[in-house]
Write a protein that binds this ligand. Structure first.
Ligand SMILES: *Cc1c(COP(=O)(O)O)cnc(C)c1O
Length: 466
């Protein structure tokens, strides 16, 4: 008997089918070829194990469906109903209206590095950097790609080929491959560990300093907390030791809280770290600052200048779109209008308001309103909880969560006690109608859908990568 695979149509003949030719202008030639190859390879395997050879039109149909699903796979807007306000997997801080407008306006040519008044070359990011220095009370500021980049840059510019002193309680992994000891190595610093996991004393710092020391580093343990028999010196105490030894003190506070705020009581504050004497303070732009992904360094002018001049600075610089969004975000702080920033609007919403929204949404969706606990997330306040309200939906949680995630708009939820819960603290009120419609669509699919779902991919874990 002849090989059944020989009866499979050739790729070239499939490419000449009218429906394939019609699809190519929209999906592109190369993706179409790849999809057809994939489908042919799968069918070839199936045929070997005894399946019949499908008609060419069936193969084309399958390949077209596949390539169309790929093209829809770019970044898609999501309704974040997880109750995690700064969800790293969902892109952390949503931008303010002003930041979105600034970002769009900067899409064309913009005066990124040109002084329009003089026609001379201007400093990239000067506006945002001046504002950040003013807001934190620092001499100077520098903006780079993200918090991790800011830390690497600072270590490289200041501690290269020298010892950097850090408490054993702060040798943290911030997520994925971002582990403090590795970062230090990458930056060319020698790690000088002091103290113990739970207790590090001022004397440990003092004793570790000698001619080889390049800097003292402190890293906020953003994503975990040790309770009980613990001790860490205060910022002012470490700054005092650093000053006496004429060494720079780098303080990575992580979250980017510019000023103290009752909604984030346990977070280190940038302005506070400067007042207490930290020489260089490092934080993220898209955590509690509420802006785009960025890494911010504020502090002593000479140290900032060293970071700016380090060869790596160019490789870590911020693009114009995010610079524009950051400028607009920082401007909200200068106008004392942080309520314009979605993360702060969400963090400060009164639970009674959330309850009202939950009850209304429950009435529209056949769920019921429940009290929940939201978190700031994004490596902020590991122990911090925000009282919240949500809607609990009946039905198999995994299947429903999957339908919500794959709907339009996509909705990412939390599963609590075996039920889907839509936590409203992380949803802007303006999205309630869209959320209600998405839930209605997902639940009506459920009536016809026999998929009981084993999907456990609903991501409600903010903590692994801060
Ligand atoms: C989040 C965080 C970082 C990394 O910042 P990214 O902006 O995510 O690169 C570094 N240090 C601390 C303490 C953090 O919390």
């Amino acid at each position: 008997m002849s090989d059944p695979r020989a009866t499979l149509p050739a790729l070239t003949s499939l490419l000449q089918l009218p429906e394939v030719e019609a699809a190519i202008p929209t999906v592109g030639h190369a993706p179409m070829v790849e999809a057809l190859r994939e489908v042919l390879a799968e069918v070839r395997d199936a045929v070997v194990s005894g399946s019949a050879v499908p008609a060419p039109h069936r193969l084309a149909e399958e390949a077209i469906a596949r390539v169309e699903s790929w093209t829809g796979r770019g970044l898609r807007p999501v309704i974040n109903a997880t109750g995690v306000l700064l969800h790293t997997n969902l892109g952390r801080a949503p931008l303010s209206e002003a930041a979105i407008a600034a970002l769009a306006a900067a899409a064309g040519p913009t005066d990124l590095e040109l002084d329009l008044a003089t026609g001379d070359r201007g400093g990239r990011g000067a506006t945002a950097q001046r504002a950040l220095a003013r807001l934190t009370g620092a001499d100077a500021a520098l903006v780079v790609n993200n918090g991790a980049a800011a830390l690497v840059l600072a270590l490289m510019a200041i501690g290269k080929d020298r010892e950097v002193v850090i408490s054993r309680g702060e040798l943290v992994e911030i997520g994925g491959s971002f582990r403090l000891p590795d970062i230090m190595e990458t930056a060319g610093c020698r790690l000088r560990e002091i103290g113990t996991t739970n207790r590090t004393h001022l004397e440990d710092y003092r004793r570790a300093l000698d001619d080889n020391t390049g800097a003292i580093l402190r890293v906020h343990p953003s994503n975990y907390r040790i309770d009980g028999f613990v001790h860490r010196p205060t910022t002012a105490e470490i700054a005092g030791v650093a000053r006496a030894a004429r060494l720079p003190f780098i303080d990575d506070i992580g979250s980017g809280l510019l000023r103290a705020d009752p909604a984030a009581p346990d977070e280190p504050v940038a302005a506070e770290a400067i007042v207490q004497g930290a020489d260089l303070v490092v934080f993220s732009g898209d955590k509690l600052l509420g802006g785009p992904q960025a890494g911010i360094l504020v502090g002593d002018a000479e140290l900032i200048e060293r970071c700016r001049r380090a060869p790596l600075a160019r490789a870590l610089r911020l693009d114009k779109l995010r610079m524009a969004a950051l400028e607009a975000t920082v401007a909200a702080y200068e106008r004392d209008a942080t309520g314009e920033l979605p993360v702060w609007a969400m963090a400060r919403t009164d639970p009674a308001t959330l309850r009202g929204r939950a009850e209304s949404l429950a009435a529209h969706t056949g769920g019921h309103a429940v009290e929940t606990e939201a978190v700031l997330g994004g490596g902020s306040a590991p122990g911090g909880r925000l009282p919240s309200w949500g809607v609990q939906l009946p039905g198999s949680p995994d299947a429903l969560a999957h339908r919500l995630r794959t709907g339009d708009p996509a909705v990412v939820v939390r599963i609590v006690d075996g039920r889907v819960v839509l936590d409203l603290r992380s949803v802007p009120a303006t999205r309630d109608d869209a959320l209600a419609a998405a839930v209605a669509a997902a639940r009506s699919d459920a009536d016809t859908d026999t998929d009981t779902g084993t999907d456990t991919g609903t991501d409600t874990d903010p903590g692994t990568d801060t």
